[in-house]
Design a protein around this ligand. Structure first.
Ligand code: F6R
Length: 613
């Protein structure tokens, strides 16, 4: 939520800032702004709307800072509004009264009203919580005349979450930063340095990164990196990570949208996750899982905590782990878990699933569980993110950067990691039959080819999308391990096409939602072959008797009576069918949204990384 970039170096400043901002646009896009330091003065420009709106109206000054200034320094921000509507005044960067400081922020300042009353002599120009910080820095700086010291004091006064980046006219070669509960990454270059919310903003220029930790503050110049931490205020040594993502990975590569590209990357994601972890018919998490076998054997209960799509992956994990590893699994939405006094006994493992590794509620739940001294495992797509670093062990989902706001490849990456982990546990606990284990691995190996088969012929889905995209409500039904896929299909449709959709366990339909069904209601039924196929066909018939339009995912040879639209899918092992069944539902949402001319990659009101509560 909200994207930040700061740069100091000799490159074309405005190009670095605007390009970086565009790579962060998935984090928020209701307004944006940029500020540079030139001739000892701060120049700022802001605009409402997408970054393009701001870029189009940039004054000439921004393209040619004072000639003699070789070193260029500036910062930029793309906003997802929390406090204060999207407007030019509320857009970042914010400036203090004396125009000595310019600041951008990601997060929420909880005690901003209380702080505002203390800052009576300051003149505020916006309705934001962020502006408080820049005035607070100004106030403290009047006494300290030292920016670092002022930042340290800010930490003590401000409650909430923040990643802040700041420039001070009195210390012109430095970009100051501070972070608590919101992500911030340093990009390390040659005679240049970067500060940003996420790696894609800097990937074009460097592959060396330092992930700041909670309580870190400091500054970068073009040649220096200084990090301190609030706990002892002494200089910290932080590991530099080399990330081998190719800058091309954050381009659309000829696809109309990132989401479509990412849908098509899924067979490769599944393949990567499998082949890198299966050796001689054994699953091996090598350095990823640091929990020894003895401890794993003792696990009596598993909690899985996540939000949104990642939560849906967790639900699939529950069905699979309970069936094969014979351990009870409870799946919780992070925003509920963190406030419900969960009963966690020892010999419990808590798994946190998050694409970004920065989701505020998931991280708050992680902190809570760590207080209980319970073993934690992350399943995460961003190396170096907070979840990645702070869970006891982390499994990396190997998807590469996911840019489309609607999660697709991260979901299938999470599923395959959960499958592998479930089987790994089952093997360690010796609760799975040798042949069954081997057969399951063989079936899993075949999945990427089946996924490719679906993606190679999307015509049937395009036709469906065209026919049904004008409908106002959809129902998605599934059972067993495909019930979470019904939830995911509904979530994808509503978030990018804005069509109302509900996902339901098919057997629960007669307890309420059946009342919604009439001839205008398309009902998408996941009816592929498996242990519950007959049951779901009965549910399908119940919906048809109420005149619903039935769109059914089926396999060759299934009965087609009562089905209005069939989506023929390859037949796969039931346990792994979610990996295949989710594809037509992602595509249906994608094509419907595209037909409706929605902003597929940046749907309204959403942001990719939900770093505030
Ligand atoms: C939906 C979607 C969201 C995320 C959720 C959790 O397409 O992307 O529901 O799944 O915000 O995000 P992560 O996985 O980053 O914790």
């Amino acid at each position: 939520m909200c994207g930040i970039i700061g740069y100091v170096g000799e490159k074309n400043l405005i190009k670095v800032l605007i390009n970086g901002l565009k790579k962060l646009e998935y984090r928020g896009y209701d307004s944006s702004g940029v500020a540079i330091l030139s001739g000892g003065k701060i120049f700022r420009h802001r605009a409402v709307g997408k970054i393009l709106e701001m870029e189009k109206t940039l004054p000439r000054k921004f393209f040619s800072p004072v000639e003699k200034e070789k070193l260029k320094i500036g910062l930029a921000h793309t906003r997802w509004a929390t406090h204060g509507r999207p407007s030019e005044e509320n857009a970042h960067p914010h400036i203090d009264c004396g125009e000595q400081f310019v600041l951008v922020h990601n997060g929420i300042i909880e005690n901003y009203l209380e702080l505002k009353t203390k800052l009576k002599k300051h003149k505020f120009q916006s309705e934001t919580d962020t502006e408080i910080i820049v005035h607070l820095v100004e106030e403290i700086y009047e006494k300290t005349r030292n920016v670092l010291e002022s930042l340290n004091t800010v930490f003590k006064e401000v409650k909430g979450s923040y990643a802040i980046v700041l420039i001070c006219v009195n210390e012109p070669g430095k970009i100051f930063f501070a972070r608590k509960d919101s992500p911030l990454v340093l990009g390390i270059g040659n005679n240049e340095n970067f500060v940003a919310s996420d790696i894609p903003a800097m990937l074009e220029y460097t592959n060396k990164f330092i992930f700041l930790e909670n309580g870190d503050y400091g500054f970068v110049t073009d040649r220096e990196v200084k990090i301190y931490n609030l706990k002892n205020n002494i200089e910290q040594v932080r590991k530099e990570h080399k990330i081998n993502w190719d800058p091309v990975m954050v381009e659309r590569a000829g696809y109309k949208h990132f989401m479509l590209k990412e849908i098509y990357e899924q067979p490769l994601v599944v393949k990567e996750n499998i082949v890198s972890r299966i050796f001689a018919e054994e699953i091996n998490f090598k350095d990823e899982i640091k929990i020894n076998d003895k401890k794993l054997k003792q696990i009596k209960k598993i909690f899985i905590i996540a939000c949104g799509t990642s939560y849906h992956a967790g639900l699939v994990g529950k069905y699979f782990i309970e069936k094969f590893a014979k351990i009870p699994v409870e799946v919780d939405i992070a925003s509920e878990f963190r406030y419900r006094d969960p009963l966690i006994e020892k010999d419990t493992l808590v798994i946190f699933i998050s694409q970004s590794g920065e989701t505020a509620d998931t991280l708050a739940s992680l902190s809570l569980v760590k207080e209980y001294k319970i073993t934690t495992l992350g399943i995460c797509n961003v190396i170096g993110s907070t979840l990645y670093r702070e869970a006891d062990s982390t499994i990396y989902t190997k998807c590469g950067p996911e840019i489309g706001v609607a999660s697709t490849k991260a979901f299938t990456g999470q599923l395959v990691c959960l499958y592998l982990f479930g089987l790994y546990l089952a093997k360690i606990k010796s609760v799975v039959d040798k042949d069954e284990y081997k057969n399951l691995l063989t079936s899993l190996y075949k999945i990427p080819a089946f996924m490719e088969q679906i993606l190679n012929d999307t015509n049937q889905i395009k036709i469906l999308a065209k026919k049904y995209s004008q409908k106002h409500d959809f129902l998605f039904l599934g059972r067993g391990i495909n019930y979470p896929i019904a939830l995911e299909g509904a979530l994808k449709l509503k978030e990018i096409s804005y069509i109302h959709a509900e996902g339901y366990p098919a057997g629960e339909m007669k307890h309420g939602p059946i009342a919604l069904i009439d001839k205008d209601m398309p009902v998408v039924v996941i009816a592929t072959k498996g242990s519950l196929m007959e049951k779901i066909f009965s549910n399908l018939e119940e919906a048809k008797s109420r005149n619903a339009k039935i769109i059914a995912l089926i396999n060759k040879g299934s009965v087609t009576k009562n089905i209005d639209e069939k989506v023929l899918l390859p037949e796969v092992e039931e346990q792994f069918s979610p990996l295949v069944n989710v594809l037509p539902l992602q595509l249906l949402a994608y094509y419907a949204a595209d037909i409706l001319k929605r902003d597929v990659d940046q749907p309204r009101n959403l942001a990719k990384s939900v770093t505030v509560e």
